[in-house]
Design a protein around this ligand. Structure first.
Ligand code: DC
Length: 223
């Protein structure tokens, strides 16, 4: 153990497989995982499509009514928003796009960063998102940045959505993911970017087991 925070960060673009890996990694290490995209999604549903036009005080007012917490470990980790379990209804690509839009609002980022940081300080966890390694947990013990070819990410997301019973047009989905990539990578605050001390993993040609193996070996190798 060193003096760094007992958090593992997992950043990367939409559809790269972060959630699956975060869950598996957490299960293997018997710690919790934090899906920070889910937090943005919950807030996006509440704030709605007009968020960019809302005055700051309205956003503060809205967030004042929000609280997040996690419970359990590994696969059994649960995220609660205002005491209610966060469910599958936030997972559509439409909500994802709305979340990417609210993610450019400085007040939103500040408020969520505070909540995420508090959870990481309270217990060891795997935190997945876009800015975990650079902004929220710069002092995390291990950092990973996952990437994959856009075509592969679209295929993975398509499979994901279909498994959830959502029918989507692949061309439209590719365009939505492209727009999200653009918003996430080019925003002024906390753009999607690997931390200097993150291990970069291109998952395009790897199976989930291979990805997990790379990460676990890296963690076990470090003192
Ligand atoms: O990981 P996801 O697809 O659930 O994330 C939805 C959106 O939320 C993503 O496009 C950008 C935003 N987000 C963010 O800006 N920072 C994070 N740490 C997590 C998500």
């Amino acid at each position: 153990m060193n003096s760094r925070l007992n958090v593992i960060t997992l950043d990367g673009p939409a559809g790269v497989g972060k959630s699956t890996l975060a869950r598996l990694l957490a299960e293997n290490l018997s710690i919790a995982y934090l899906d920070t995209g889910a937090m943005f999604r919950c807030l996006a549903i509440k704030l709605g499509p007009e968020v960019e036009k809302l005055p700051e005080c309205d956003i503060h007012q809205c967030y004042a009514e929000f609280s997040f917490s996690i419970d359990g470990k590994g696969n059994a980790t649960k995220l609660y928003c205002n005491g209610s379990l966060v469910g599958e209804d936030i997972r559509s690509e439409e909500v994802g796009l709305l979340a990417a839009r609210i993610a450019v609002v400085p007040t939103v980022r500040e408020m969520l960063e505070k909540a995420q940081r508090a959870m990481g300080e309270a217990a060891p966890l795997v935190a997945e998102g876009r800015d975990m390694g650079i902004v929220v947990f710069p002092d995390a013990k291990f950092k990973f940045f996952l990437n994959a070819a856009p075509k592969v990410r679209v295929e993975r997301r398509l499979k994901d959505l279909e498994e959830r019973g959502e029918r989507v047009n692949p061309v439209e989905l590719a365009e939505r993911i492209r727009r999200r990539d653009e918003m996430d990578s080019n925003r002024a605050i906390a753009p999607l970017r690997p931390a200097n001390d993150a291990l970069l993993v291109d998952t395009s040609r790897l199976t989930v087991d291979e990805e997990l193996d790379i990460m676990l070996r890296y963690i076990k190798k470090c003192p």
